[in-house]
Design a protein around this ligand. Structure first.
Ligand SMILES: C[S@@+](CC[C@H](N)C(=O)[O-])C[C@H]1O[C@@H](n2cnc3c(N)ncnc32)[C@H](O)[C@@H]1O
Length: 232
C-alpha cells in the first residue's frame, strides 16, 4: 500500500507504469474519456480539460448520492461544469455551485486572478447560463459570479465534491477555505496538479493538501488531476 507521498511521487514520475489501486487506471480513464468525455465541444466552450479528465469528472459526479452538493472553483466557459452536471442529471436534489468572476470587473480580475486565461473575451455569466440551460442543466447548476475566497467566507452547506480549478496560486487557500464544509467521504479534486502539464504552485499545494495519510483514501491521478476521498 502506497503512502500518499509515494502515490504522488509515482503519479508525477516521468516514466514507469502508473498502476494505482490494483487496476490499470490510465486504461480505465481513457475508456471513460472515450465514452463520456467528448460530449461537449471543448473548442467552442474554450475549455481546458482533456477528454479523460472530462470522462472522470462525469464518473465521479455520477457516483455521488442524491442531494449531493458540488462546489466548482473556476467555471470559465462551463466545460467542466457540464460534465459534472451530466453526471448529476436525474439525481434528486443534486446541486452544483460554480464560482467564477466571468467577465465582470476586469481590472479587479487582473489583480485577483492568475494569468491562466486571457481577460479578453472572457465568457459572460449569461452566456454560460444559456449554454448550461440548453444542455438541460439550468436547474442543477447555480453560477456564482465572484471569487472563491468571498464565497467561502459566507458558505454554510456541507460539500460532497470540491473541484478546484480557479486561481492556480491559491489552491491551498481554496481547499482550506472550504475544508470545514467537506462531508466525511467527500471527494476533493484539483486540476493542473502535475509538474509536466500543470502549475508548480498547484503541485506544491497538492503535496500539502494530501500529506496526511489518515485523512485521505482512494487517491487517484488522471492526467493533471489529483483527487482523493476525505475520511474526515
Ligand atoms: C482554468 S480556468 C477554469 C476552466 C474550467 N474549469 C474548464 O474546465 O473549462 C480558471 C478560471 O478560474 C477563474 N478564477 C480565478 N480566480 C478565481 C477565484 N478566486 N474564484 C473563482 N474563480 C477564479 C478564472 O477567471 C478562470 O475563469
Amino acid at each position: 500500500m502506497l503512502t500518499n507521498a509515494e502515490f504522488l511521487d509515482r503519479a508525477w514520475s516521468e516514466s514507469g507504469p502508473k498502476l494505482i489501486s490494483g487496476f490499470s487506471r490510465p486504461f480505465f480513464h481513457n475508456l471513460m474519456g472515450i465514452l463520456h468525455g467528448y460530449k461537449y465541444d471543448k473548442k467552442s466552450y474554450g475549455g481546458m480539460i482533456r477528454h479523460s479528465e472530462a470522462g472522470m469528472l462525469y464518473c465521479w459526479s455520477r457516483q455521488l448520492p442524491a442531494s449531493a452538493t458540488i462546489v466548482e472553483i473556476g467555471c470559465y466557459g462551463g466545460l467542466s461544469t457540464s460534465y459534472l452536471a451530466a453526471g448529476c442529471k436525474g439525481k434528486q436534489g443534486c446541486q452544483i455551485y460554480s464560482i467564477d468572476p466571468f467577465n465582470s470587473n476586469l481590472e479587479r480580475q487582473a489583480e485577483l486572478t492568475d494569468n491562466c486565461v486571457s481577460l479578453d473575451n472572457k465568457p459572460a455569466r449569461d452566456l454560460v447560463a444559456e449554454r448550461l440551460s440548453q444542455s438541460g442543466f439550468g436547474d442543477i447548476v447555480e453560477l456564482i459570479e465572484g471569487y472563491s475566497q468571498d464565497v467561502a467566507a459566507k458558505w454554510s452547506k456541507p460539500i460532497d465534491f470540491l473541484w478546484i480549478d480557479g486561481n492556480h496560486e491559491q489552491a491551498l487557500q481554496d481547499f482550506n477555505d472550504f475544508k470545514p464544509w467537506l462531508k466525511k467521504g467527500a471527494r476533493v479534486a484539483l486540476h493542473d496538479a502535475h509538474p509536466r502539464y500543470g502549475y508548480q504552485e498547484v503541485v506544491r499545494d497538492v503535496a500539502q493538501i494530501f500529506a496526511n495519510d489518515d485523512e485521505w483514501c482512494e487517491m487517484e491521478h488522471v492526467k493533471s488531476i489529483i483527487t482523493g476521498i476525505y475520511r474526515g
